[in-house]
Design a protein around this ligand. Structure first.
Ligand code: HEM
Length: 227
């Protein structure tokens, strides 16, 4: 079994874990965004609250959530280890800083990731923690589900605070920059390097890293201005 430990702690093993957990988190973000866009439906939160109730009580989705928590933790720990390893090696640092082709995103992945971690702690405390362990008022839509947690009001009250709106918009810009490099880099680590497909993956990554953060950023701005 020690070859597994050796592989997972080797630099290629660490990059592989970063790539696989990164791709998993990329698909989570898209699903999370599609679900959250229901907050923009003008129905007093019914669609969103019923959706959130389903997502947090369905046994299959609940089981996937544990994969998600594990994926986030692994991504953070491995990311910090790779960052430490790179900044400890003078050669790597020299190579990175002297190479004019290294983009801003790629150069500052560690810092961008750290800002995202701060955002995530704020975000989970604000919504997830309050939903799981706090007292979110129940609401009954007479849809046969019984009373469900009114997360819509929790979100709507939070985004009346301009400081949260600014924090979310900054958070989304940082996530966009992190994704810009992370998206194509995950495919590269998996060995998907091809004359024809690499530019396609880069293009897709760029579109994803603009549209997904933009979709998220619209939500707090919309609530602040129109709700
Ligand atoms: C405007 C933007 C966002 C809104 C309104 C929002 C809203 C919410 C809400 C209401 C919850 C608790 C209910 C649930 O679990 O579905 C939640 C959970 C969560 N959010 Fe967000 N979110 C936003 C952006 C993000 C972003 C950008 C990330 C990642 C960087 C993220 C990561 C998470 C995670 C990991 C959970 C816990 C999921 C689980 O327990 O399965 N969210 N979010």
């Amino acid at each position: 079994m020690s070859w597994i430990t050796n592989f997972l702690t080797s630099s290629i093993g660490r990059k592989l874990i970063m790539s696989l957990t990164g791709l998993f988190l990329i698909q989570f973000l898209l699903v999370h965004l599609i679900g959250n866009l229901q907050l923009l439906v003008d129905d007093g939160g019914e669609k969103f609250n019923l959706y959130a109730q389903f997502m947090t009580t369905n046994p299959v989705i609940k089981a996937t959530s544990f994969l998600l928590y594990g994926g986030i933790l692994l991504h953070i720990v491995q990311g910090l280890l790779i960052w430490k390893q790179n900044s400890g090696s003078r050669n790597t640092r020299y190579a990175v800083s002297k190479n004019p082709n290294v983009s801003f995103s790629s150069k500052y992945m560690g810092w961008l990731g750290t800002i995202i971690l701060v955002f995530l702690i704020l975000h989970l405390w604000q919504f997830w923690f309050k939903m799981k362990f706090g007292t979110v008022a129940p609401i009954d839509y007479n849809e046969g589900t019984g009373p469900v947690k009114d997360l819509y009001t929790l979100v709507s009250v939070a985004f009346k605070n301009p400081l949260y709106v600014i924090a979310y918009v900054i958070g989304m810009i940082v996530i966009g920059l992190h994704l810009k490099h992370g998206f194509q880099s995950s495919f590269q680590t998996l060995g998907l390097n091809h004359k024809k497909y690499t530019p396609l993956i880069k293009g897709l990554g760029l579109i994803y890293s603009i549209l997904v953060p933009l979709g998220f950023a619209i939500i707090p701005i919309y609530f602040y201005l129109f709700r």
